[in-house]
Design a protein around this ligand. Structure first.
Ligand SMILES: *[C@@H]1O[C@H](CO)[C@@H](O)[C@H](O)[C@H]1NC(C)=O
Ligand SMILES: *[C@@H]1O[C@H](CO)[C@@H](O)[C@H](O)[C@H]1NC(C)=O
Length: 149
């Protein structure tokens, strides 16, 4: 077995360990990406509806809201593109549109119930590039890039 095979085995072992610990947070698509990785580190497209993608989008948007001075909360209105890279866990590369909602930050709203602003002065959408690094077996998630315009 060459080094590629050993690396493959390591990844599979890491995944099994994570699953045994009951923190199997990887979606099936990411698991597929892991098990077919010949060269760890290459970017692979992933379905934007994937649950891991959705979680990463939420984490990055939360970070955006935390850093913005806006009175209102933004949330994702569209996920245009998603890729994953295996790097001690999984790194998500996301192209996302976020739009201003009607929910005020100070009310600490439940985001899922926040409608977007209707047509008018406050309606606004930004295009964002997000990078979110997730280490599922350590319950660790961090937004490593956040560029919106
Ligand atoms: C993404 O997943 C959804 C639902 O799981 C499916 O309907 C859609 O065809 C998939 N898109 C691609 C590009 O695979
Ligand atoms: C962002 O998060 C930090 C730490 O969690 C908190 O102290 C700060 O008040 C937050 N800022 C905004 C604008 O929400």
């Amino acid at each position: 077995m060459g080094t590629g095979g050993q690396r493959h085995l390591l990844l599979v072992t890491a995944c099994l360990v994570a699953c045994c610990a009951g923190v199997c947070g990887l979606s099936s698509q990411v698991a597929d990406a892991l098990s077919f990785t010949v060269q760890p580190g290459s970017l692979k497209p992933i379905n934007t509806t994937d649950s891991g993608v959705q979680r990463a989008v939420k984490a990055a948007t939360y970070e955006y809201n935390n850093r913005s001075n806006d009175e209102f909360i933004f949330r994702a209105s569209e996920v245009d593109e998603a890729e994953v890279q295996v790097v001690k866990g999984v790194k998500y590369f996301l192209e996302v549109k976020i739009s201003r909602t009607v929910c005020h930050k100070r009310d600490h709203p439940d985001l899922d119930n926040c409608d977007f602003q209707p047509d008018g002065r406050l309606k606004q959408t930004f295009r964002c590039h997000f990078e979110v690094w997730v280490i599922p077996w350590q319950h660790w998630i961090k937004t490593t890039a956040l560029l919106c315009h």
